[in-house]
Design a protein. Structure first.
Length: 148
């Protein structure tokens, strides 16, 4: 089993307890971190936002709350996490957060698609962190435009 497969399997196992686990592991501070990140994104240039490794969708929802007109695409490589995110979005009547299965190391988006990218806890997991940064940079509209 590869590291990515092991990480996906772990998130599949814990998806139903993920929100509770984050609350316990951070002492509830993740709510404040999420609000701070969402406010920062609200000031980003207009356009699509990508919440990478969206998990159960909490950061994507926070971004929508801080910037209600912005569409936030939530992407995660765990279908189990996305199922929980879909339920959460449906419960809140949220329609501005499309969700899709995607691996952070192989993003299925065209270059310069997004005005901003968020992620709450992605970088604690991938084995190739440099590749994740490079993939994020490619799909970001502003950084990609700065390249020669």
């Amino acid at each position: 089993m590869t590291k990515a497969e092991a990480v996906r399997a772990m998130f599949t196992r814990i998806a139903g307890r993920y929100d509770l686990m984050n609350s316990v592991m951070t002492g509830g501070r993740h709510h404040a971190w999420r609000r701070i990140a969402a406010r920062a994104v609200a000031g980003a240039p207009a356009g699509l936002a990508l919440d990478l490794a969206t998990g159960t969708g909490d950061l994507a929802l926070a971004v929508r709350t801080a910037a209600p007109g912005r569409i936030v695409v939530g992407a995660d490589f765990s279908e189990a996490m996305l199922r929980h995110a879909r339920r959460k979005l449906a419960t809140r009547g949220e329609r501005g957060v499309p969700l899709l299965a995607a691996d952070a190391l192989a993003l299925p988006f065209s270059d310069k698609t997004f005005a901003c990218v968020t992620s709450a806890f992605l970088l604690r997991n991938p084995s190739a962190k440099k590749d994740v940064w490079e993939d994020m940079k490619v799909v970001l509209r502003l950084l990609a435009e700065d390249e020669p």
